[in-house]
Design a protein around this ligand. Structure first.
Ligand code: FAD
Ligand code: FES
Length: 277
């Protein structure tokens, strides 16, 4: 059992929880994730470590409520408990002094990009961050990203804050203006990561994305998280979650993410009628 010691709503549908999990906090590194089960009828869901505190023995998770499990998690409050929490899982971000690094975060992916930006900044890189959301009220982790960025740029799809357009358009603008990056990291929805990969490909900038396929066991046994990278099948939970963006088959990733969309819709309807607890 893992106790929630803090809970906040960061934006409509986006929640932050701080959970007591000293064993995970002790080993956590940027780029890693946990798999949790809210209760005994709950599904296993992967969430990226948005932060951790070894002294306090806590980890911080930020999640968007999209379906039954994330909505169930969102209903928990301070002092409630999560049944199972497994982690840290996945390979940590390869942290080196690359030079100038652009970290791109989209939507809830900004919280997942934050520890990556922090680790790369602490390793001596110049960090230019680009963060974006659909609208100004959905923009999260702006202050956290500012703390570890030499420069920060903001975009919103509807133009309510910063540049009007997608984070990938903003990245393209910076490149056209002459910005030089030794590396680009992108975390967010699959279509956003694909758009970033398309922008950096002609510039031959090494680009790393953190993939988010459906996961079940998180241990390389079930095959649920398989993705195609460089023409080969890879398991995101043990081989990733970070991969070379220019090698990822995003069409296949999106197809597999949507594989259970009808079942998920039905489960959510049942849950919202209060029949699935
Ligand atoms: C490594 C990794 C890290 C992630 N980190 C975060 C994070 O920090 N914050 C966040 O908000 N989301 C994160 N996600 C996505 C999150 O796991 C899904 O939104 C969540 O599992 C949805 O479950 P649900 O029951 O609420 O929704 P459902 O209605 O079951 O599904 C909604 C959509 O979520 C995706 N999904 C469903 N089940 C899973 C599953 N078991 N594993 C992965 N995706 C699933 C599918 O694309 C699906 O169409 C991450 C995913 C991965 C793989
Ligand atoms: S989640 Fe089962 S193999 Fe990766």
């Amino acid at each position: 059992m893992y106790k929630i010691i803090e809970k906040r709503e960061l934006a409509p549908g986006i929640k932050l929880i701080k959970v007591l999990a000293p064993e995970i906090a002790k080993k956590a590194k940027a780029g890693q994730f946990v798999i949790l089960r809210v209760d005994k009828t709950g599904e296993r869901i992967p969430l990226t470590l948005a932060d951790w505190d070894q002294k306090e023995g806590t980890i911080t998770l930020v999640f968007l409520e999209v379906g039954v499990s994330t909505k169930k998690l969102g209903r928990l409050n301070k002092d409630d408990v999560i049944l199972n929490l497994l982690g840290p899982l996945g390979n940590p971000t390869e942290v080196k002094d690359y030079g100038s690094v652009c970290v791109v975060g989209g939507g809830v992916g900004i919280a997942a990009a934050y520890p990556i930006a922090r680790a790369l900044k602490e390793a001596g890189n110049k960090i230019v961050s680009i963060i974006g959301a659909r609208s100004a009220n959905l923009l999260i982790f702006e202050d956290e990203m500012k703390e570890y960025s030499d420069e920060i740029y903001i975009s919103t799809d509807d133009g309510t804050k910063g540049y009007k357009g997608f984070v990938s358009d903003l990245l393209k603008d910076l490149l056209v203006k002459g910005y030089k990056f030794d590396m680009v990291y992108a975390v967010g929805p699959a279509l956003m990561m694909r758009a970033v990969a398309d922008v950096t490909r002609p510039y031959k900038i090494k680009t790393i994305v953190s993939l988010n396929p459906i996961m079940v066991d998180g241990m390389g046994m079930c095959g649920a998280c398989r993705v195609i990278v460089g023409g080969k099948t890879r398991f995101t939970c043990v081989d990733g979650p970070e991969f070379d963006a220019h090698e990822v088959d995003f069409t296949e990733l999106v197809r597999r993410q949507r594989a259970f969309i009808e079942e998920e819709k039905k489960a959510l309807e049942i849950f919202e009628r209060g029949e699935l607890l």
